[in-house]
Design a protein around this ligand. Structure first.
Ligand code: MG
Length: 408
């Protein structure tokens, strides 16, 4: 069974070292607060079921407003942080739902974390119990005395800089906090608490773009990275996703009109229009989309995955089926780059609900809306669509597979 995985995003600090009038996680970067950058990566990570944000006590209301304005739908709660980072994380841990089995902790001051990195850390923690993103130390290290003189050169072999995300089996992290007691609140990362218990912790190789905003000059670095980010394709940002891993799939579906049922297209109900006949909600648009994605994966078709002979799928919301297909993309080490859907219908008019349909499909597939396109065409009164006997939909999906999965 799939793990229930939640993220705790620690935005409870005051960021004294970084200067500025407000905590660094609230600074604006490319038009949005730093903490939104960080949280959006978790929104787009298909393994994440929900997010708890931890904010300074006096900034909880402001954080809730930021969450709402940014449309961060996975954020379920904003809780009050503690005196230290670890205490804040402990508060967040206490606010997680009982069903959560894996926890991912992330610093809100690391805005450039990538969804693919979050996925890799989660997968490692599911295997090992605990894992963190870290990058090899590249500078030569000097131990320096109180007068500022070099005492020694420290061999850097085997040394990594710990980053977040860090992911844990929830029971292990809770036990680590319980055993560490008050002393645990001084820990600068959660992995060290687990190490204290003798629990193996896996390293997942990250890179230095996962910058933590700490010093005042980091703001300039972040602005430069943010500018490049906007222009770079995801395949470039996620090492391991390469152009020879591109795969395309098509989908096509038809359903007969049935005046006795509600019409559902892309998860949106169209009032006062005949619906479609089918075992599920007969959402022809979503079916074509799901078949296109399955096609790009070479993973069969919708009927094979969700047989219409299975009573379990009677009346099922097709967006849920699409979300399952979206998770399959990730399980196969791939990412959806683009989905383009065309509805063939004499009526209804799609335009008033196009934005809602686009949002539904993007959310089900855990991608940003710019990766989904929804169009419609009549057939000029010709054929079964023109005679209003049924509706049809066509879709094309482009996915990129990770290299080294043995599937590219
Ligand atoms: Mg169908």
């Amino acid at each position: 069974m799939r793990e229930q995985t939640w993220a705790l995003i620690a935005a409870g600090g005051r960021g004294l070292r970084a200067g500025g009038e407000e905590p660094k996680q609230f600074w604006s970067l490319g038009g949005k607060p730093i903490l939104v950058w960080a949280t959006e990566a978790f929104e787009r990570c298909p393994e994440i079921d929900g997010v708890v944000l931890v904010a300074p006590g006096d900034l909880v209301l402001r954080t809730e407003k930021i969450v709402q304005d940014a449309g961060l739908r996975k954020v379920h709660r904003v809780v009050v942080g503690g005196q230290t980072r670890a205490e804040s994380v402990k508060n967040g841990l206490d606010a997680l739902p009982g069903s959560c089995t894996l926890v991912v902790v992330h610093d809100a001051a690391r805005p450039f974390v990538q969804p693919a990195s979050i996925t890799r850390v989660i997968q490692a923690a599911a295997r090992m119990g605990a894992a963190l993103l870290a990058s090899p130390v590249t500078d030569t290290l000097k131990r320096v005395g109180p007068e500022g003189q070099v005492l020694a050169t420290v061999p850097r072999e085997g040394l990594f800089g710990a980053q977040t995300p860090q992911a844990f089996r929830r029971v292990l992290l809770a036990r680590a906090f319980a055993q560490a007691g008050e002393a645990g609140f001084e820990a600068t990362d959660e992995a060290s608490l687990l190490e204290g218990l003798g629990q193996p912790v896996a390293i997942v190789a990250g890179d230095r773009r996962n910058l933590k905003l700490t010093e005042p000059e980091d703001r300039e670095l972040a602005a430069a990275l943010a500018a490049g980010w906007a222009a770079a394709p995801e395949a470039v940002l996620n090492p391991g996703f390469e152009i020879d891993g591109l795969r395309v799939g098509q989908g096509f579906d038809v359903h007969r009109l049935d005046p006795g049922r509600p019409l559902v297209l892309g998860g949106v109900t169209f009032e006062n229009h005949p619906g479609l006949l089918g075992h599920s909600d007969a959402d022809v648009l979503t079916h074509a989309a799901a078949d296109a994605v399955l096609g790009a994966l070479g993973a069969g078709d919708l009927g094979e995955h969700f047989p219409d002979t299975d009573p379990k799928y009677a009346g099922v919301c097709s967006l849920d089926l699409l979300a399952t297909v979206g998770r399959l993309v990730v399980e196969q080490g791939a990412r959806l780059l683009q989905l383009d859907v065309t509805l063939l219908a004499q009526s209804p008019k799609l335009a008033p609900k196009r934005a809602a349909i686009r949002r539904n499909l993007a959310q089900a597939l855990c991608v940003t809306e710019d990766r989904v396109s929804i169009k419609a065409s009549t057939t000029e009164g010709l054929g079964f669509v023109g005679r209003q006997e049924g509706l049809a939909a066509l879709a094309t999906a482009l996915v990129v597979r990770a290299t080294g999965t043995g599937r590219a």
